[in-house]
Design a protein around this ligand. Structure first.
Ligand code: GLC
Length: 572
């Protein structure tokens, strides 16, 4: 291969990510190559032709670094080593090269709000006289309490996956902060040494050939003043909320961008930001401020819960979901940029959550949801299996769940007297395990995921729902995703057109236009399992051309359940 060709294939023109579609891989569940039941890097490499056929531009790889796997790799003990579960650095180099050969870029997951408690930095920090003591948050017991005794934690805040955000370390008689779990101690970004170590590690990965970073809970890195000043803070608040969007967030992100050369090298950057508002996103994604390209909002995926408790279920009427996405479209219309997603490794499957996964409606609802999302303005993210309509799994007893979050919630809720039935109902709706069942490649044993015994049970519906079946069928969900990706690549109006929501109050229909100069697209989507009449007041449909629809006869005044139409309106 000549070096010119190499350069072309990995070139990153200015703002290239604005026309890209990203595909997320959760390596543990994607493809096993060695029969140990866990997906791995060579497994991913063996499926690159499939991803090229789908047409995606970028792969985002969930963590493959060395890790005790308390949180499936989101607890990293060595940032520059690959966990033996997934392979070796040589396997990763091979994956990057093989992806680049196909014109696909690769994004690493950057987990630097916290490390593993097995990371060398943390081991050193446990020594009170070490220079790394200040790299994490250490605090004494609550005044008047015996260190280590029940209830002596510095304050009452809970961790996301554990009863307390504070863990006692007998060596110094002090506690350290871990807002996720005791195996995930939070780094102290106030310390310049921490920041420089992170930037050096990021530069190392860029030199290795990666094309960008998805930044795990990155809006938690600047902790509030109460915490950084050494005082403990008011008890009783959700720990994530009180550490989100801290005072130095923008400063740290701009510094990272500069020091790593993120913009200078046109790398793609997306920050996962629970609790980020539109205002935060406007600042962070404003190109002039040189922080990040885009963020993952949580607002739309939290609408089916009450307040900050994801297990407290609420109904989600369509107008609320539409309004939320429209607000983000509007909020980032002038400066900044949206990311577009329903699914990832932390969310239940979109077709089961927002669509209808019954045999009658699964295919059309998966297609219609995809049309709606991919026709918004921003960078769409596809989560493995979403492209052929994988559904939630039948997880009906606590023994079916493996995720640290689910098990912690079950223990805490049961202790608080919540009935088993209610706990299981919440888990079945919102549990992260749904996203983590192995990818259903075909109808052979274990869905072609492994020749061994998979680490997590395969969804029994794999005989009907699998990638191979979907690929073979031209009218499939896979084919629909291919067309949506092609459209984004081909049409400037899909990438850059102005978004306008119509019929905001309609309970069944999701309708909007995208316009750019004299080009206009109209999306009409029936997001319900009953037919819907087209109401008056839509833009004139005379001369409109059906670009992509779920049903062959897309011209009537009535939409079938989960029918959607993407129309090109006559030139204006
Ligand atoms: C992010 C990850 C999630 C993980 C958490 C802690 O939300 O997506 O999987 O558990 O951060 O790292």
């Amino acid at each position: 291969m000549s070096s010119t060709t190499d350069f072309d294939r990995v070139a990153r023109p200015d703002r290239w990510w604005r026309s890209a579609v990203v595909y997320q891989i959760y390596p543990r569940s994607f493809q096993d190559s060695d029969g140990d039941g866990v997906g791995d890097l060579p497994g991913i490499t063996s499926r690159l032709d499939y991803l090229a056929e789908l047409g995606v531009d970028v792969i985002w790889l969930s963590p493959v670094y060395r890790s005790p796997q308390v949180d499936n790799g989101y607890d990293i003990s060595d940032y520059t080593e690959i966990d033996p579960l997934f392979g070796t650095l040589a396997d990763l180099d091979e994956l990057i090269a093989a992806a680049h050969t196909r014109g696909i870029k690769l994004v690493m997951d950057l987990v630097v709000n916290h490390t593993s408690d097995q990371h060398a930095w943390f081991t050193e920090s446990r020594d009170p006289s070490s220079a790394k003591r200040d790299w994490y948050f250490w605090r004494p017991a609550r005044p008047g309490s015996e260190p280590g005794a029940p209830g002596a934690e510095p304050d009452d805040s809970q961790a996301a996956f554990a009863p307390s955000a504070w863990t006692y370390d007998p060596r110094s008689g002090q506690y350290y902060l871990g807002v996720f779990s005791p195996g995930q101690p939070d780094l102290n970004w106030e310390n310049p040494g921490v920041r420089q170590a992170v930037y050096a590690m990021m530069r190392w990965w860029v030199e290795r050939g990666v094309d960008g970073f998805r930044m795990d809970v990155i809006n938690l890195i600047s902790k509030p003043a109460e915490l950084t000043s050494g005082r403990t803070i008011e008890p009783g608040q959700g720990s994530l909320r009180r550490v989100a969007n801290g005072p130095r967030l923008d400063e740290f992100l701009a510094e990272m961008n500069r020091e790593v050369g993120l913009d200078a090298q046109n790398l793609i950057t997306v920050g996962e930001m629970p609790g980020a508002t539109i205002e935060v996103a406007q600042r962070v994604t404003d190109p002039a401020r040189r922080e990040l390209n885009m963020v993952f909002t949580f607002e739309h995926v939290n609408l089916d819960q009450v307040g900050w408790n994801k297990w407290d279920l609420a109904d989600l009427p369509l107008p609320r979901l539409k309004a939320n996405l429209a607000q983000w479209q509007e909020g980032l219309a002038e400066t900044g940029w949206n990311s577009l997603y329903y699914d990832n490794h932390d969310q239940p499957r979109a077709v089961s959550r927002f669509g209808d996964d019954s045999p009658e409606h699964r295919v059309n609802s998966a297609k219609t949801l995809a049309t709606v999302l991919h026709l918004h303005k921003g960078t769409p993210y596809i989560y493995q299996g979403e492209e052929f309509g994988m559904t939630n799994a039948p997880l009906t007893q606590i023994g079916h769940y493996l995720d640290v979050e689910a098990l912690n919630y079950h223990a805490l809720a049961a202790a608080a007297g919540v009935s088993e039935e209610q706990i299981l109902r919440s888990l079945a709706r919102k549990g992260r395990d749904h996203a983590r069942t192995p990818v259903q490649w075909d109808d052979t044993p274990y869905a072609g995921f492994t020749t061994g015994v998979p680490w997590m049970a395969v969804n029994p519906n794999y005989r009907e729902i699998n990638a191979e079946a979907s690929r073979r069928d031209p009218g499939s969900v896979f084919g629909h995703f291919q067309q949506l990706i092609r459209l984004r690549h081909a049409e400037e109006v899909v990438r850059e057109g102005r978004f306008e929501l119509l019929l905001p109050e309609h309970e069944q229909l999701w309708v909007f236009t995208r316009t750019l100069g004299d080009r206009a697209l109209l999306v009409i989507a029936n997001c319900s399992s009953t037919p819907a009449e087209l109401p008056p007041g839509l833009p004139a449909l005379d001369g409109a051309v059906l670009v992509l629809g779920t049903h062959p006869d897309g011209a009537t005044g009535r939409l079938a359940p989960w029918e959607s139409r993407l129309l090109r309106l006559g030139e204006r």
